[in-house]
Design a protein around this ligand. Sequence first.
Ligand SMILES: [Zn+2]
Ligand SMILES: [Zn+2]
Length: 194
Amino acid sequence: MSGAHSQGPSGHGRGSGDFVFDMRSLGRQPGSFRDETRTAHAPEGLGSGLVLVPAGADVALDLRFEAVSEGVLVTGSAVAPLTGECARCLDPLTSSVEVGFQELYRYLPDPGEDETDDEERFLDGDRLDLEPAFRDAVVLALPLSPLCREDCPGLCPACGVRLADAGPLHGHGEETDPRWGPLRQLDVSDRVED
Ligand SMILES: [Zn+2]
Ligand SMILES: [Zn+2]
């Protein structure tokens, strides 16, 4: 099934060391837990068009690892800086994103067990690589339309000037501008005649 490859070539255990935690101290004893805070460096490629977590930026992790019978349950939060562009005026912006997660990392399944589904996460021996969970949580939390400020007025649709600079009186007298009059009267459907 091709879906099995959807997580990319990184496989397991290749994450940045910053996101790998050693679970030995839990001793695979259900009920034992450990709290840990750590500053990790953000992996590359976290984000999309308008906004991203800069690679190498400090990510504050605040985590609890709890041994359960099937594996280790991670609960916690991560705070990472964001840089990007305002979706309305395209000005650079900086912000931050905070994500919370609760993820079960299972002990590797026995060879005889049914095929596992893609959504599951596994421990690599006693190593728990939080990076895939962190990555998924951040990608979901990224703002689709980041704004430099909530009431950013954006750009003038006619001339592209930043309306925050141009002021509230900026305009083009649309109704009277003769250049636009003919265009407005064009009825595109008229062109579809033989
Ligand atoms: Zn803006
Ligand atoms: Zn304008």
